[in-house]
Ligand binder design. Structure first.
Ligand code: HEC
Length: 692
């Protein structure tokens, strides 16, 4: 049977006669003629089978299970040394870049800052289109954690993306033209949207943020074709006097007491993570912290305050909550459970378990049975002071007295920045390990002594003055390889700074991660040995992806320093020697066959002033200062980075004023014209991709 997108089904044998009769078929044939296009064919079945489409990266976490594991192995632990920059695309924006790109048929779709959406050629880096939703810059005041966006979703010829000011957009994937947009939030409240939408059964699911300032959390499903709201699920109860939207809200309200949380909003925002199990037909959504943070202000009578800091499993058809697991009952530390969730099937004690895994901010690594939300295990993956352990019987944390800063100050680990934040982790079914961008940052909490709800401002109920103490402590990060079955660390790679990028695991026995200090690294997935490194030119917080184009494997990373910690972390967030220009870097293996004599000759005889400067540099300077101006890391300066202006440069080089320091003079060989050409060449090298 031939299925016409316009709705008519025609038997194949009748096709040609039908063609002359059925005017609809003019419409039918056009798309059928280019049936090779993945985005056009990207329907529910294709999304369910995304794992088999190894060439593309079709949804946020590559598959519904959000493992961020690629079966590609052309680039592997044996040839990674030959990985080199293939292209770089500058977004023309600064501020945080947090997107995971979607890649299909050699086109990459991603977002920069301010919710701007780009489509670029994934092989050349050339821009195909750009869509700027023109978010009013005043919206920045509502954004707790920078003007960021974590990416788009693709479905049936469309690209879906959400904006900081709360809109959900549907764009034509080919042209970037807006097809529809809908406002998903109450704009009189400080809602923002930074998360990537997910597509489940013809619906676009999107949440929102704003719990720092004061909102009530929810997430919504919109019809992918029409943009109509299908359902909305609140995560915390509103004013009980106004009645409840659902049974779940009525039940949840019994766990809040003594306060008027609904005036501030209550929080529980679903601002990032989701996963979907098509077999169980359950959509998993992570919810955030309380609004205000301090439970003593929010719910002074105590209670768990459902469904803050929880994993919710909902029916994707109607949004009804099927089960919940609350990681931090009565959260008072901004311990969101919006962190990345991964689905996998494990054999534990001889039994096959369908699990969901999360390393939320609170410092425990959770493995839950995803059919019903029961706890399989939970252990500390970073230093945790607020709770002793998670009781295996009740599934509840055993809190350490005094850590809730009810009276006075509490020094706590982890912090609002989390033992791990939104930066996605990955899971390799080959090694059985989860790769977590972990961090150790100290938190200091105290109740604000003059707490009062101020609409439109930050309303945490805690005293931010004590945060100045933070900068006096060392904050660090590390890449943590974690065995989720044994619940223990297998290896770690330490970093001087926290707030490093998300991770990607591949069948090439590799783990990729970008760093806060502007590097992009690859590790042996089994042993943790660092195998490769390149410059990213700016701090990296996003997670890499990998794909095939024309049969060749590429690895891409969106880079751009920013996000909550970069803005608020003070001394600990200071990055030196890298810039703030947002970009995408794409890497591929270089051809290591020796270049032909002709090719070398052509390179050497190319015309132009820069080439002359290049020749002079390599004739006189490169033996000490490094080929192409790249210093090898000795004390001899990297001349791409020298701050010496041309006048002084010429004096040093021709008059030999630093000769006693080992820098010879070249007055006999070089004219001012020559030193000018060398300087121009070095300045040109400083603007090249990956330059410091
Ligand atoms: C024999 C090794 C050697 C060679 C060849 C050499 N340099 Fe140097 N250069 C040095 C050393 C060592 C220093 C650092 C001197 C110091 O400690 O002040 C230096 C410093 C400099 C500086 C000062 C940079 C700064 O930021 O302070 C400039 C400019 C410079 N070299 C340019 C050149 C140029 C241009 C050439 C080629 C025409 C060249 N050098 C060739 C060894 C060399």
């Amino acid at each position: 049977m031939f299925r016409c997108p316009a709705g008519a089904t025609i038997a194949r044998s009748l096709l040609f006669t039908a063609f002359s009769i059925c005017a609809l078929c003019i419409v039918c044939f056009a798309p059928a003629a280019q049936a090779g296009n993945t985005i056009e064919r990207l329907d529910d079945a294709a999304l369910r089978n995304a794992d088999r489409d190894t060439a593309n990266w079709l949804s946020h976490g590559r598959t519904y299970s959000e493992q961020r594991f690629s079966p590609l192995n052309q680039i592997n632990d044996r040839n990674i040394r030959k990985l080199q920059l293939a292209w770089e695309f500058k977004t023309g924006q600064t501020r945080g870049h947090e997107a995971t790109p979607i890649v299909a048929d050699g086109v990459m779709y991603f977002t920069g800052a301010w919710s701007v959406i780009f489509a670029v050629n994934a092989v050349t880096g050339e821009m195909i289109w750009k869509h700027d939703p023109e978010v009013p810059k005043e919206t920045a005041q509502k954004a707790c954690c920078d003007v960021v966006n974590r990416g788009v979703a693709a479905y049936r010829e469309r690209i879906y993306s959400a904006t900081l000011d709360g809109r959900l957009l549907a764009l034509d994937a080919t042209t970037g033209k807006l097809e529809w947009e809908v406002v998903t939030v109450d704009r009189s409240k400080p809602y923002t949207v930074t998360g990537a939408p997910r597509i489940v059964k013809g619906k676009v699911i999107i949440g929102n943020g704003g719990a720092e300032l004061g909102v009530r959390g929810y997430f919504s499903a919109y019809h992918a074709t029409t943009g109509e709201l299908v359902w909305r699920t609140y995560t915390v109860p509103g004013d009980p006097a106004a009645g409840f939207e659902s049974e779940a809200m009525e039940k949840a309200a019994q766990t809040w007491s003594g306060g008027e949380w609904w005036k501030v909003g209550g929080g529980g925002t679903a601002w990032d993570s989701m996963a979907y199990d098509p077999e169980l037909d359950l959509l998993y959504v992570g919810t955030g912290n309380g609004s205000p943070w301090s439970r003593h202000e929010r719910s002074p009578g105590g209670g768990d305050n459902l469904y803050l800091s929880s994993i919710l499993a909902v029916d994707p058809d109607d949004g009804v909550i099927q089960w919940h697991y609350q990681t931090t009952p009565g959260d008072t530390w901004d311990f969101t459970a919006t962190q990345h969730m991964i689905l996998a099937d494990f054999t534990i004690e001889g039994e096959t378990r369908k699990v969901i895994m999360q390393a939320p901010k609170n410092g425990f690594f959770y493995v839950l049975d995803r059919t019903d939300g029961t706890l399989v295990s939970a252990e500390k993956y970073v230093t945790v002071t607020w709770a002793d352990r998670v009781d295996p019987e009740t599934g509840r944390p055993v809190e350490v007295p005094g850590q809730d800063f009810k009276d006075g100050l509490a020094v706590v680990k982890p912090t609002p920045f989390g033992g791990h934040n939104w930066q996605p982790m990955s899971f390799s079914p080959k090694t059985g390990l989860v790769y977590i961008p972990a961090q150790e940052v100290l938190g200091v909490y105290r109740r604000g002594d003059d707490y009062e709800y101020r609409p439109g401002q930050w309303n945490t109920g805690t005293d931010f003055n004590v945060y100045s103490l933070l900068t006096r402590h060392v904050a660090t990060g590390h890449l943590l390889a974690w065995d989720p079955i044994q619940q223990k660390e297998i290896w770690r790679h330490p970093y001087a700074m926290p707030w490093n990028g998300g991770t990607l695991a591949t069948a090439g026995n590799l783990v990729f991660q970008g760093t806060a200090d502007g590097r992009f690294l690859a590790f042996n997935a089994e042993t943790g040995k660092q195998l490769w490194e390149d410059h990213a030119g700016t701090g990296v917080i996003a997670a890499p992806v990998t794909f095939l184009a024309d049969g060749k494997q590429y690895v891409s990373i969106v880079a751009g320093w920013g996000g909550a910690f970069a803005l608020a972390g003070g001394e600990a967030a200071k990055v030196s020697n890298v810039g703030t220009a947002g970009r995408v870097l794409t890497f591929a293996l270089v051809d290591d066959s020796a270049p032909s004599n002709d090719a070398i000759e052509e390179l050497l005889t190319a015309e132009g002033a820069l080439q002359d400067g290049e020749r002079l540099f390599h004739k006189y300077c490169a033996v000490c200062h490094g080929a192409s101006g790249v210093a090898g890391g000795t004390s001899i300066p990297d001349l791409r980075r020298t701050t010496v202006p041309y006048s002084a440069f010429d004096v040093i080089v021709r008059q030999g004023t630093l000769a006693t320091e080992g820098m010879p003079g070249f007055g006999q060989y070089l004219t001012p014209e020559g030193t000018r050409l060398i300087k121009d060449y070095l300045e040109h090298q400083a603007t090249r991709p990956g330059a410091p």
